[in-house]
Design a protein. Structure first.
Length: 218
């Protein structure tokens, strides 16, 4: 029995503002953090270890380092059930390229992200990269509010995900966004075996890094 990932659909499941979670196979935690840092859009990011912290501890560290937690970015790292994971805190919104190179060298990398407090609104998203290629991606509200609501990627993978979503009665414009979000996460959880340990993420100190390097001025 594992925690899966459907718990991420709950209100403020990890922190205020939403969640940004990366799960990987074939990469250690340090390598995963370095690859996430390398995907920064606006400035070069350096990985700076700061010990083992809880989520609240990391927010405090960001405030101490940058003056405001939203002006910095940190990652809490771990491994569980065959997965390496990285959970982002601070001002991670829109800061990283969705670049399949993060999975170069035979790795598999899955990312789920939701800007929960964004008023536009931005739907939660899913991306699956394998060995330097994007295999599958879609928005977890399955609507056209932010680009396409369809599943994109390799036909054999995308078609199977669409079949599984259809079996859950999705897409369904009559269902609340949070219910669709949770159901879509459930499909991904079962199909790919994705799991993020809730107690570790919410309660335990974990190896933590700051991604130093401020965003360039617009």
């Amino acid at each position: 029995m594992t925690d899966g990932i459907t718990w991420l659909a709950g209100p403020r499941s990890i922190a205020f503002g939403g969640y940004s979670v990366t799960l990987a196979r074939g990469l250690g935690a340090e390598a995963l953090a370095a690859r996430i840092a390398a995907a920064a859009r606006w400035s070069e990011r350096t990985v700076e270890p700061v010990g083992e912290l809880t989520g609240d501890g990391l927010v405090e560290a960001l405030e101490e380092e940058f003056g405001d937690a939203w002006d910095g970015i940190g990652l809490r790292l771990g491994a569980s059930g065959g997965w390496t994971f990285a959970v982002a805190y601070g001002g991670w919104f829109g800061e990283f390229e969705n670049d399949p190179v993060i999975s170069a060298g035979g790795a598999e990398v899955f990312s789920v992200e939701y800007e929960e407090e964004n008023g536009k609104p931005v739907p939660p998203t899913f991306h699956y990269h394998r060995d330097g290629r994007t295999v599958c991606s879609f928005n977890l509200h399955l609507d056209d509010s932010w680009g396409s609501g369809t599943v994109a990627g390799d036909p054999e993978v995308a078609c199977e995900i669409e079949r599984l979503l259809s079996a859950e009665g999705l897409p369904d414009e009559g269902r609340a966004d949070r219910e669709v979000h949770r159901a879509a996460l459930g499909v991904l959880e079962r199909h790919f075996g994705l799991s993020l340990p809730r107690a570790l993420v919410l309660e335990a100190p974990l190896p933590t890094v700051l991604l130093t390097g401020r965003s360039a001025a617009l």
